[in-house]
Every structure is written in structure tokens, then in C-alpha cells.
Design a protein around this ligand. Structure first.
Ligand code: MTE
Ligand code: MO
Length: 498
């Protein structure tokens, strides 16, 4: 950009506070002051890198290197570094907080590596009803904390409770143990499906589809712990007691970013005190202690709610009049209208009419085909049918009543056989339903195959929940800039090759 002035590294370093935020990147100088509150990872992290070169940070947080982030930033370029300064700017070394992350199974396909987000190979999700722990999707926003179980403490405090501290041993011995089977799904699952030539999403990770898994969680009920700390959970659940200043239960994790900000989220108090809500503080996953990636030693489980509220490495439970004030509650998981984009509103936080962008808790009905796998080649000159398998789930404990499948992209449908080997009661259908169906191939497809021609099937499923809500056909009516609650038909292309 020869039209822009040359700026020295010393000058850039002067612009490193809320008044003025300058950065360098590959020889360019950028003024991102307006973006102070817009960064999806939070203001402190933007400040942390202020006055410096972004490349060493982005070596760690590689999701930024996707073309559109770099392109977008170009609009805010104010100058160039000299060739000497460009070389110097890269020498800054940034520590890697992810070095102590645990080993991961190679069948957990990484979507981002630092922080680690991985989704299981989809075709493996229908092998078992409960997802094996090593294949359960992982969504970390930060590095995995190292927690000594003897030093672990859970702090409960806030409105309506007396401050308490519990050790892991206290949780295991002072309360009755419960087991709850629930599916977790990241609110951003299938984010990649909202991206095309006309739609960009400036938030990572771009999950394909596998950010959904199911486990049986063992632990103690959140309501029992709150009662032990003095909250009138029974009175509140019955509606006899309705305190004006108690609306939310906030969770905070042991995991923190480079600036000390911990992960956090909250759920409504009604979910926490509801005896039929099954909210847990879990220390077991499918009968084993929680793996490190899934929150060892204790995590929150709020069945039916978005993955983001299931706070891992749980350190604090805070009863409050307010929702969690973290960026994960306030920014990341809001549902914006289709005309709101990152460029036109969200990079200048807060956008207008935040009240029109609700914070997600319970998620919409979802299903997708796992088998045959995406882009697979299935054989058979003499094939006469194709067997489809997949998973379906609805947030809010709503039951999956029916799943229809199609091999012609949704022109014709057949109801699938549903499989749910455990009993869950009305509005407590926290765990998914698996489905399978064998569809006869139409005569013209069979003819083509017999004559040696390829046929590509467009396999789709659509689930209906107990509210009679169905998955929408396309993303247009609900496209949203944060890329959340994505549930339109998932198409699997599978080629039959004789
Ligand atoms: N809790 C903490 N402390 N830190 C996190 O990064 N990620 C959340 C949630 N709880 C997260 C967390 C998100 S967005 C999701 S989708 C789920 O954990 C994922 O849980 P899993 O990794 O066990 O599948
Ligand atoms: Mo998530």
C-alpha cells in the first residue's frame, strides 16, 4: 500500500490503550480502536495485543488466518512498517498456554487446535447410543486447566445463599448421587453451513456438523447444593416464593485467558431449582471420572440447554439478579436477525436493539444423517436399497416424535425407525434419538446402476419434536451473524458407484 505513510514500531507501541488501538500485521499498520468491544474473544484480549504485531498471536489462534478476517482488517489499514521494522515485529515471542492440553483421539477431528475444538467422525456417532468419552466432541474456548483433585474447591455464593466452599470429597459424600443422560450440542454446531459467497461468519470454530454427543452424567443435583447453602429451592420451584432479585445462576470455570478472565455462563434460576430440571454438578461421564477435556473434576450439566451453559472445570456458582456478564453469555451466543452482520453492526459493540437478539438457552430441533458418510462412495451394481442412519435431538427436553428421511434431496420422504433405549419422561427428553431406515432405490436408479452408471444420492433427514416444530429447509429465514442454532436440512451427498 504505497499510498499510506510509513509508521515506526515505536509509534505503534504508543497506541496501546482504550483511547487508541494500533496493531501491525505482515508489514501493515492497522487502527482497530472502534473494535474495542467488538472482538468475539473479549476486550481484554484485544488490549493484550495492542501496540504489537498480531502474527505471533495468530500463530496460536489460527482461526484468524482464514481469508475474510485478513481482508476485513485491510479496510482499517493506516500505514506500513519499514522493511526493517517488519522483520523486527515478528521476533516477539508469545508463550503457548496450550502446551499442557491433554492427548486427543485421532477420530476427534480438530476444527481449531488452540483452543482445541474437535468433532467426532460422524459415521461413528451411530455405533453406540452413548458416545464413548474419547469421541465426545470437545469445545474449549481456552486452555485446559490443570486441577489437582485435592485442591479443587467449589464456591457457592450470591443472593439467597450463605457462602459455602465444597471439596470434591464433600460433593461426593454430602449429597445423594444422581445420573442423567443428556445430549450436549454446541450452539454453534454446523456453523460452516451458514457460510457461502454471500454470507460470512467472523466467529470460530466453523463446525461441520459433529458438535453433538450424548453421555450419562453422574453427580449431585444443583438444587440440592443450593438448598444446602440456604436457598429456598422448593418454595421457588413451587412458585410460593418469588424473590425479586434472584433470576440467574452463574457459573465460572477454572480456565482463564491470558488476561485472567475466566470462562463463564449462566442459566435461569427456574432451571436450577426445578426438581424435574435435572441440573447437575457432574463428576462422572459414562461411569468414569470426567476426562480433562470435559471438565475434570466437576462440570455443570443443564440438560436441554446449549452446550455453552454446561460450564466445565466448575469453580464458582453465583446466584444473582443478572445473567453472566462474560462475553460468552453477552455476545457470542445471541440470535441476531438476518440483516445484522459483523460489518454493519457487530464490530461496533454494542449493536442497536440488543433486546431483539435473545441469548440462547434451549435449542431448536435438530437431526442429521451420519451414515452413509458425507461424500462417500458406496458400491453395488445390484444394489436395490440404501440404509440411512442418523441422530435427532431437541432442546428443552422436548421429545423427538418423528424423523423423516429422503434420498432425493427432500422431494419424497419416509418416516424412519426411532431408537432410544432409555426411558425419559415428558419434557425431560434430554438425550437424543437415533434413527435408521432402509429406502428402496427407485427403478430408474437401479437401471442406471445395472448399466454401469454412477448415481449420486442427496440424503436428508428432518426431525419433528413434540411441539410439532420441524427443521427448516434452508438457512435464509434464520441466517444469523454469530452462527448459532443452525438446524436446516443437512444434505449428505453419497455416490453409488457400480
Ligand atoms: N466451560 C468452560 N469452563 N470453558 C469452556 O470453554 N465451553 C462451553 C461449555 N463449557 C466451555 C465450557 C461450550 S461452548 C460447549 S459447546 C461445551 O462446554 C462443550 O462441552 P464438551 O467439550 O464437554 O463437549
Ligand atoms: Mo458451544
Amino acid at each position: 500500500r504505497p499510498d499510506l505513510p510509513t509508521i515506526s514500531l515505536e509509534d505503534v507501541a504508543e497506541h496501546a490503550d482504550e483511547e487508541s488501538l494500533w496493531y501491525t500485521f505482515r508489514g501493515g499498520v492497522y487502527d482497530l480502536t472502534f473494535f474495542i468491544n467488538g472482538h468475539p474473544g473479549g476486550t481484554p484480549r484485544l488490549l493484550m495485543a495492542a501496540g504489537q504485531d498480531l502474527e505471533p498471536y495468530w500463530e496460536v489462534y489460527r482461526q484468524h488466518l482464514r481469508g475474510h478476517v485478513v481482508d476485513w482488517m485491510e479496510k482499517y489499514r493506516i500505514g506500513n512498517l519499514s522493511p526493517e521494522d517488519t522483520i523486527k515485529s515478528k521476533n516477539f515471542q508469545h508463550g503457548d498456554m496450550f502446551e499442557t492440553d491433554p492427548y486427543r483421539d485421532p477420530n476427534l477431528l480438530p476444527c481449531t487446535k488452540k483452543p482445541f475444538c474437535g468433532e467426532p467422525r460422524l459415521e461413528m456417532l451411530t455405533n453406540d447410543y452413548y458416545t464413548p468419552n474419547e469421541l465426545f466432541y470437545v469445545r474449549n474456548h481456552l486452555a485446559v486447566p490443570e486441577i489437582d483433585p485435592d485442591e479443587y474447591v467449589l464456591i457457592v455464593k450470591g443472593k439467597g445463599v450463605k457462602k459455602h466452599k465444597f471439596t470434591l470429597q464433600d460433593l461426593k459424600t454430602k449429597f445423594k448421587k444422581y445420573e442423567v443422560s443428556t445430549t450436549l450440542q454446541c450452539a454453534g454446531n454446523r456453523r460452516e453451513d451458514l457460510v457461502d459467497e454471500n454470507h460470512q461468519i467472523f466467529i470460530a470454530p466453523h463446525w461441520v456438523v459433529g458438535a453433538m454427543s450424548t453421555a450419562k452424567w453422574g453427580g449431585v443435583r444443583l438444587r440440592d447444593v443450593l438448598k444446602e447453602c440456604g436457598l429456598d429451592a422448593d418454595g421457588m420451584a413451587m412458585g410460593d416464593v418469588n424473590p425479586k432479585d434472584i433470576h440467574h445462576v452463574q457459573f465460572e470455570g477454572y480456565d482463564t485467558d491470558e488476561t485472567g478472565q475466566c470462562y463463564g455462563g449462566s442459566i435461569p434460576i427456574d432451571k436450577a431449582v426445578d426438581p424435574l430440571g435435572d441440573a447437575l454438578l457432574a463428576f462422572e461421564m459414562n461411569g468414569d471420572p470426567l476426562p480433562r477435556d470435559h471438565g475434570y473434576p466437576v462440570r455443570a450439566i443443564a440438560p436441554g440447554h446449549a452446550g455453552a451453559r454446561q460450564c466445565k472445570w466448575l469453580h464458582k456458582v453465583i446466584v444473582s439478579d443478572k445473567e453472566s456478564q462474560t462475553s460468552w453469555q453477552q455476545k457470542s451466543y445471541r440470535g441476531f436477525a438476518p440483516d445484522i452482520t459483523f460489518e454493519n453492526q457487530l464490530s461496533h459493540w454494542p449493536p442497536k436493539r440488543l433486546d431483539q437478539a435473545p441469548i440462547v438457552q434451549e435449542m431448536p430441533v435438530q437431526s442429521f444423517v451420519c451414515n452413509p458418510p458425507q461424500n462417500s462412495v458406496i458400491g453395488g451394481k445390484s444394489a436395490t436399497d440404501v440404509t440411512i442412519k442418523g441422530v435427532a435431538w431437541s432442546g428443552g427436553g422436548r421429545k423427538v416424535e418423528r424423523v423423516d428421511v429422503s434420498i432425493d434431496g427432500g422431494k419424497t420422504w419416509t418416516a424412519a425407525e426411532l431408537y432410544k433405549p432409555i426411558e425419559q419422561r415428558r419434557n425431560r427428553h434430554w438425550a437424543w434419538t437415533q434413527f435408521t431406515q432402509t429406502i428402496p432405490l427407485p427403478e430408474e436408479i437401479q437401471k442406471k446402476l445395472r448399466s454401469g452408471q454412477n448415481v449420486t444420492l442427496d440424503i436428508v433427514s428432518k426431525a419433528m419434536n413434540s411441539d410439532f416444530n420441524l427443521q427448516p429447509e434452508t438457512m435464509e429465514p434464520y441466517w444469523n451473524a454469530r452462527g448459532i442454532c443452525i438446524n436446516h436440512w443437512y444434505h449428505v451427498k453419497s455416490m453409488m458407484d457400480p
